[in-house]
Design a protein around this ligand. Structure first.
Ligand code: DQA
Length: 158
C-alpha cells in the first residue's frame, strides 16, 4: 500500500467562473460586441489558460439571478476567488452586489464587450465597486486577463 504521508497534495488555487444571462447565446449574439466564439469555445479557452497558470476551475452559465446568488453563497468555501460576468444584471442587480459584498471571497468582474463604450444603460456597473478588479472589452481575452490577475493576486496573498 502507498505510504500516504509521502504523497504530496497538489494545492491548486480554485477559481469558480460564473457566466450570467444570455451568455449561452454566444456565437449567435452580436458578434461585433461579443465575438464569434460559442460559449463552449470560450470555456475551452478559459480551461486552457487555467491549466497553463496551474489553476483549478469550475464553470457555470445561468440565466437566473437567484442561481448566481446561490452559487456565490454555496461555492464560497470551495473557491479561492470567483470570476463573474453578470451580463445585463451588472447594470442593476443590487442583490448580486450584496452577495459579492457578503461572501468575503475575492470576485473579479469580466465583460466581453466594453460596457463604457456602448448604450448609456450599460455604463453603470452596480457590482464593480464590490469587486477586486474589472476586465472588459477584450472578448475572451478579458477572461484570460482576469485569470492572470487572480493567479498573481492569490500567490501574493498566500
Ligand atoms: C456583457 C455586457 C452586458 O451589458 C450585456 O448585457 C451582456 C454581456 C459583456 O460580457 O460584454 O449580456 O456582460
Amino acid at each position: 500500500m502507498a505510504d500516504q504521508s509521502k504523497i504530496k497534495r497538489v494545492d491548486l488555487k480554485r477559481i469558480f467562473i460564473i457566466h450570467g444571462p444570455n451568455l449561452n447565446l454566444l456565437g449567435n449574439r452580436d458578434p461585433e460586441q461579443y465575438g464569434t466564439l460559442t460559449l463552449d469555445k470560450v470555456n475551452s479557452a478559459i480551461r486552457k489558460k487555467a491549466r497553463e497558470l496551474g489553476l483549478e476551475i469550475r464553470i457555470i452559465q445561468t440565466n437566473y439571478e437567484g442561481r448566481i446568488i446561490d452559487t456565490l453563497h454555496r461555492r464560497r468555501k470551495w473557491a479561492d476567488a470567483f470570476i463573474i460576468n453578470p451580463g445585463a444584471l451588472t447594470h442593476y442587480s443590487y442583490a448580486i452586489r450584496d452577495a459579492i459584498d457578503g461572501i468575503q471571497v475575492p470576485v473579479v468582474e469580466v465583460h466581453l464587450s466594453d460596457i463604457y463604450a456602448r448604450e448609456d444603460f450599460r455604463k453603470t456597473s452596480v457590482t464593480k465597486e464590490v469587486c477586486l478588479a474589472q476586465f472588459l472589452g477584450k472578448k475572451v481575452d478579458s477572461y484570460r486577463e482576469a485569470l492572470e490577475y487572480l493567479e498573481k493576486y492569490l500567490k501574493a496573498s498566500s
